[in-house]
Design a protein around this ligand. Structure first.
Ligand SMILES: Nc1ncnc2c1ncn2[C@@H]1O[C@H](COP(=O)(O)OP(=O)(O)OP(=O)(O)O)[C@@H](O)[C@H]1O
Ligand SMILES: [Mg+2]
Length: 246
């Protein structure tokens, strides 16, 4: 299982929207996804609306179940490949049984920078930072990058709500590219009414409008994320090899 966290201490940049749509896109290509809502606003878990307890983990080490008053902490959703849970204990991310059941854990973090978020980030494999192309969002990035470096996590940023008709966006995008280099993913997610409409209709964008242009961008972003995850896997293998040869 690879653990992906959507994080930015700035609010409203698209962490929840990305978590929902990227989890769905990964599920659509056959991956098994555990969505973990770490935000007390509970937007993501409300969207997925956890139903019955996920039978897959009925036998999950009683040890975990004991920690949660309602028994199994993971619920099934209306999507066959997606289960959901509220994060009550970050250590569930380390549980072998959970790690073997899912290809990806996709975490929606709150817009905060504190011990809680640092503890979660420490247990993630890769962090995705949505940013908007406006000065305050860009200025705040150095704090985010310091936090992520302090917890030693690889991360990438991606632009959300890109609007070609806003003159400043193009200049800001070029500036961000020049300064962030590889850290900035190439695919921006456009500002899209379909995204707002879909969430209001309680759907992912793909369900709401199969031909929405924003799906091309989401597809590009998912591809870039998967390439980064592949690089991480390779690095892990190098680490293992390094340890094996002493
Ligand atoms: N690409 C987009 N185009 C248009 N609207 C968007 C886009 N991405 C997100 N939004 C809208 O922006 C608002 C904030 O998005 P979202 O809730 O995902 O941000 P967030 O970072 O999770 O916020 P918070 O920090 O409060 O958790 C929502 O109304 C959402 O519909
Ligand atoms: Mg959110």
């Amino acid at each position: 299982m690879t653990t992906l966290a959507f994080y930015n201490n700035k609010g409203g940049v698209g962490k929840t929207t990305a978590t929902i749509n990227i989890a769905y896109a990964l599920a659509e290509i056959g991956k098994h996804i555990l969505v973990i809502d770490c935000d007390s606003q509970r937007n993501t878990s409300r969207f997925f609306g956890g139903g019955e307890a996920a039978g897959v983990i009925e036998g999950i080490i009683d040890r975990i179940a004991d920690k949660f008053s309602d028994g199994s902490p993971i619920s099934r959703t209306r999507y066959p490949n997606i289960d959901v849970m509220l994060l009550d204990d970050v250590h569930i991310l380390e549980e072998k049984t959970v790690r073997e059941l899912y290809d990806f854990a996709v975490l929606d973090l709150p817009p905060a920078m504190n011990e809680y978020t640092s503890d979660i980030l420490r247990l993630c494999d890769f962090v995705l930072v949505p940013i908007e192309l406006e000065s305050f969002s860009i200025q705040g990035l150095s704090n985010v990058s310091e936090t992520l470096s302090a917890v030693g996590k690889p991360f990438c940023c991606f632009v959300n709500k890109y609007n070609k008709s806003v003159k400043a966006h193009e200049a800001m995008f070029t500036l961000a590219r020049e300064n962030l280099g590889d850290i900035l993913l190439n695919t921006p997610l456009p500002y899209s009414p379909a995204i707002i409409n879909s969430i209001t209709a309680d759907k992912t964008v793909a369900e709401y409008w199969r031909f929405s242009p924003v799906l091309y961008s989401l597809g590009g972003l998912v591809e870039e994320i998967l390439q980064n995850v592949e690089k991480l896997d390779k690095l892990d293998k190098f680490d293992e090899l390094g340890k094996a040869v002493g």
